[in-house]
Design a protein around this ligand. Structure first.
Ligand SMILES: [Zn+2]
Length: 231
């Protein structure tokens, strides 16, 4: 009898501590975000984006394993080493682990916002999610091909967008036809921009195994004619 009680107590203690550990692991962020130049709104959206992206990767069975630092710089132009990058709303610099992003209210962003929608904080947050996905990919799949990197970032971005806004964008965007990994090319991205990114998201919805394979570092048969492949 004593043994049984003891066993029950050990089980209860183990179960609750294990449950507690799971909760802590899920709630603890491995992303240490350093924000430079952001307004209160931009900071809040950045923190929200980190929560969403981290949850997305955790649900895919992926975490950063250790805390990793990523810097997020808000500015009126996107510039790297004092060089202005024209036509970019945002970009992730892999070498410095830094995301460069236009201010939400900057003239550049208002004039060039995706799909011509410049007054949506939700869409702006999704751009931060997209760049954070590039950061995650650089850690979990460092050898990822550039267009596969875009495929994942686009899927993360539009999966995390609220369904209502996504539906609206899908209705108004001329989405190019992407039916297989061979259609994933940098040329398609450069010509299609945000519409190409939505098409990537739709492809991932039709073929969910593609996303898993890329994030496991496996080839999905991309044949981008402008890039050299490692196969
Ligand atoms: Zn990208």
């Amino acid at each position: 009898m004593g043994k049984q009680v003891c066993g029950v107590i050990i089980f209860v203690v183990f179960f609750t501590s294990f449950g507690g550990w799971r909760l802590t692991a899920y709630e603890q962020s491995w992303v240490s975000l350093q924000i430079e130049g952001g307004t209160k709104l931009e900071q809040d959206l950045a923190e929200e984006a980190v929560r969403r992206v981290e949850k997305f990767y955790l649900e895919m069975g992926l975490s950063l394993r250790d805390p990793k630092e990523v810097k997020l710089i808000f500015d009126d132009t996107v510039r790297i080493q004092d060089q202005q990058i024209e036509y970019a709303l945002a970009l992730f610099n892999k070498r410095t682990n830094t995301i460069h992003l236009l201010h939400y209210e900057s003239a550049e962003y208002v004039a060039n916002a995706p799909f011509g929608v410049s007054n949506s904080t939700e869409l702006y947050c999704s751009i931060i999610c997209h760049e954070l996905a590039h950061f995650y990919n650089s850690v979990v799949v460092p050898q990822i091909e550039p267009i596969a990197d875009e495929f994942v970032a686009a899927t993360v971005q539009f999966s995390l967008l609220t369904g209502k806004l996504r539906e609206q964008l899908l209705k108004r965007a001329p989405v190019p036809s992407i039916t297989c990994p061979r259609d994933l090319t940098m040329n398609g991205y450069l010509l299609g921009g945000s519409n190409f990114l939505i098409a990537c998201y739709l492809l991932a919805g039709k073929c969910p195994h593609l996303l898993c394979r890329v994030l496991q570092g496996q080839s999905i048969g991309i044949k981008d004619p402008f890039l050299v492949h490692r196969e």
